[in-house]
Design a binder for this molecule. Structure first.
Ligand code: TXA
Ligand code: MG
Length: 314
């Protein structure tokens, strides 16, 4: 079992000794280690059972600090960082040699993010190094949004979980990179496309699954629970699947047992906050399949739908 608490001093001591600490962010919990230490970064891959071709996001306290680790910041990236950091936005920027190749899986860009959570911001401000932190779950599974989720899956492998309560956004950061200075969204997430486009104009979406993804978050099946997830019209699916079913709906009550409604009042932000915990809950329920439906494709709805499609992909 990992110890769980709010002791920043303890987290600093462990991280300084190349140990890993689970940290709260506004999106999901991260599995953090010193991004400049090969030893700590190697532990991250091994604890998560993560293939080394999957690069890690590096967390910094502010844009000023980010400059220590990247060669250049395109104008559009600066606009986004100025407006949305701290917040659920990761920027892919050309890396300086100080970032180990292991962190970026040999790519010449590094994912940089300034998370918006008071405990973790305090931690990042006090540490003399940035934190590499993927989501604190085994590779391919749903991300954790509460300390208990981390404890369940990784508690026996790490010494400490910094307890920052439930994650308010509940879905991973939006990843934005640049190709010939043109902005490209590689992962839909906690910062909406509408907010990004209102700031820097039209962006290209490259979140589709391919057999050779630039980022494994683009893999067709990822962010997946153990139970089989079927996506469609819940009403129609309930006519075919009659027993041992779970129902995950956006807003409507289907009046069945084993049902979770993401947001009875139909709010996408609330649905995003509850999505991953709901998928985890079905894994513990006595159901064989989970029937679910897409939510309105706007705001955080796009990221929710992206995760639902990947959860349902086989
Ligand atoms: O909200 C978040 O982003 C959370 C919290 C903890 O910050 N972190 C997170 O990390 O979701 P992770 O490792 O679970 O997902 C990061 C994704 C991966 O799909 C990875 O392939 C991609 O970002 N990524 C990281 N660096 C990249 C790079 N240089 N180029 C392309 N993709 C990159
Ligand atoms: Mg992840």
């Amino acid at each position: 079992m990992a110890a769980t608490g709010t002791d920043i001093g303890k987290a600093i001591k462990l991280l300084t000794n190349d140990e890993l600490v689970a940290i709260p962010t506004e999106t999901v919990y991260g599995l953090a280690g010193n991004a400049l230490s090969r030893e700590a970064v190697t532990k991250i891959f091994s604890v998560k059972n993560r293939p080394q071709f999957d690069p890690l996001i590096v967390h910094v306290p502010n844009l000023e600090k980010a400059k220590d680790y990247v060669l250049e910041i395109p104008e559009a990236a600066k606009k986004l960082a100025d407006k949305f950091w701290p917040g659920p936005l990761t920027l892919l920027l050309k890396k300086k040699p100080i970032i180990p190749d292991l962190v970026t899986a040999g790519l010449d860009t590094v994912g940089i993010r300034c998370p918006d959570h008071s405990l973790t911001r305090q931690l990042l401000k006090e540490l003399p190094f940035p934190l590499a932190a993927p989501s604190a779950n085994p590779f391919g599974y749903v991300s954790p949004t509460k300390p208990a989720h981390v404890e369940e899956q990784l508690g026996h492998k790490i010494p400490y979980i910094l307890d920052g309560g439930p994650c308010p956004v509940g879905i991973e950061s939006t990843i934005v990179g640049f190709e010939n200075d043109k902005p490209v969204v590689y992962r839909l997430g906690g910062l909406s496309l509408e907010d990004i486009e209102a700031t820097i104009g039209t962006v290209t979406l490259m979140t589709h699954s391919t057999s050779n993804p630039k980022s494994p978050g683009q893999l067709k099946s990822h962010y997946a629970p153990v139970k089989k997830v079927i996506l469609g019209s819940i009403e129609a699916l309930l006519k075919i699947h009659k027993t041992n079913v779970g129902v995950l709906s956006f807003q409507n009550d289907f009046d069945t047992a084993n049902q979770i409604i993401l947001s009875p009042s139909g709010k996408l932000d609330e649905a995003a906050q509850h999505l991953f915990e709901a998928l985890r809950a079905f894994d513990r329920m006595d159901v064989e399949v989970v029937l679910t439906e897409l939510v309105p494709d706007q705001g955080l709805g796009r990221a929710i739908n992206d995760r639902l499609r990947r959860a349902a992909a086989v």
